[in-house]
Design a protein around this ligand. Structure first.
Ligand code: GLV
Ligand code: MN
Ligand code: MN
Length: 418
């Protein structure tokens, strides 16, 4: 049942590309890809995914957080979960998340068509909230599936003040059903995700696929700096309390500090809102985000402490008020060594070298690791570009990835995770 012929791999790659193109057209905006959690676009994408799952011979359901599930029944072994996400960042590429869902459907569909019962069932999961681009929270859908959803998430609001609770209700969900989204620990063996690498390593090593060793830890902050608005022409420089100039100084030290640590960590200010945002008014308030990531948990925690101290000192020197709120903190998540080896075997099975690499991006596996062992397969993407409309993975590489996932399923030892 394994896929080894080049023509099969090419055919899988072409189907994957067509599916990605189709989902890539489902956007809130005509000229760029924006598909946020619990929006009408999310609904349309979820319906499309459900239709593909049905066509692939899977039994389809949707849980209280909007995760679409495609079920392939099997023997008594604990279920193998395969998933990724269908929400996007703002001005996204088409492959981030989407390809993992497509790969799962194609691989499970391969076994459904073959009609041979596997010793374990497979659930393909299309999560809706991996990017955290709508609410000041992320992974809500996979967290619920993993059984660690806390009700405090429901009060998180989007930029229009809509809470997660109200968005779920508007999406047709009932909050009382959230606990039922969770798997029981004793029914699940492992979670596996296929994802584009979103970085340049596989391309540099000329390999289509790689095995992920772990997912980087992340800390997120919202920072508010408050000064005093004033006339841009009349207030002398030394009498200003300019919130944007303070924010700029903080952004600058964060960038210099992170760069000086070399490969230990990365830090990004990606969202900044200035008030009143007028060319002739001294900015009175700036709200900005900080995204800190490090493979080592101690490094991430030290960096967070350093940031609070340094930003506080800059604000004090400039006579600005500062409020720093930690919005999320996720520890580094290791991938299971047995799954790493099984995925490495699957890569070798399709003719690749099983390069091992860490993930600097966040993934649903961070939540799923609270439920069961996780593994990830990375797929080369052009120039390592992601979170950008130029994101690209070739049909050839996607075909090989689906073939490797099929090989992985075929050799997956459910007993090892019993
Ligand atoms: C999600 O893609 C993240 O790493 O921010
Ligand atoms: Mn992703
Ligand atoms: Mn992403």
């Amino acid at each position: 049942m394994a896929v080894t012929s080049l023509s099969d791999i090419n055919a899988l790659g072409k189907v994957a590309e067509a599916m990605i193109e189709q989902l890539g057209k489902i956007s809130a905006e005509p000229n760029r890809l924006v598909r946020l959690y619990l929006t009408p676009e999310h609904r349309r994408a979820a319906d499309q995914v459900a239709a593909w799952m049905r066509d692939a011979g899977l039994g389809v359901s949707e849980d209280a957080l909007g995760t679409v599930r495609g079920r392939l029944d099997g023997g008594n072994g604990k279920r193998l979960l395969i998933g990724s996400h269908i929400d996007t960042v703002i001005n996204a590429g088409k492959y981030d998340g989407t390809f993992g869902v497509v790969a799962g459907i194609l691989a499970a569909g391969h076994f459904a068509r073959a009609g041979k019962k596997l010793p374990f069932g497979i659930d393909v999961l299309a999560f809706g909230d991996e990017e955290g681009s709508r609410f000041a929270t992320t992974l809500s859908s996979s967290v619920a599936v993993a059984g660690i959803f806390e009700d405090s998430r429901l009060t998180k609001v989007d930029r229009n003040g809509v809470s997660l609770a109200n968005a779920l209700i508007a999406y047709g969900k009932q909050l009382k059903d959230i606990p039922a989204a969770a798997y029981r620990r004793d029914e699940v063996g492992a979670y596996v995700e296929v994802h584009i690498e979103q970085g340049p390593v596989l391309e540099a090593y000329d390999q289509p696929l790689g095995v992920v060793t772990g997912i980087i830890g992340q800390a997120y902050f919202d920072i508010v700096l408050r000064g005093v608005a004033g006339h841009a022409g009349t207030v002398p420089m030394d009498l200003r309390r300019d919130a944007l100039a303070g924010a700029a100084e903080i952004v600058g030290i964060v960038e210099r500090f992170a760069a000086a640590q070399k490969d230990m960590l990365v830090a990004t200010v990606g969202n900044l809102a200035v008030q009143p945002n007028a060319s002739n008014v001294i900015p009175s308030q700036v709200l900005f985000t900080l995204d800190l990531r490090a493979a080592d948990n101690d490094v991430r925690n030290d960096l967070a402490d350093w940031f609070e101290t340094e930003a506080g000192a800059i604000a004090a020197r400039r006579n600005l008020e500062i409020a720093i709120t930690s919005t999320r903190d996720t520890a580094t998540t290791p991938c299971d060594p047995r799954l790493q080896d099984m995925l490495a075997g699957a890569i070798t099975g399709v003719g690749g070298n099983a390069l091992r690499l860490g993930s600097g991006a966040g993934h649903d596996g961070q939540a799923m690791a609270k439920l069961c062992p996780i593994g990830m397969l990375f797929v080369r993407c052009k120039g390592g570009i992601s979170h950008n409309p130029a994101e690209y993975a070739s049909p050839h590489d996607m075909g090989i990835a689906v073939a490797a996932l099929i090989g992985f399923i075929e050799n997956y030892d459910a007993q090892a995770f019993g």
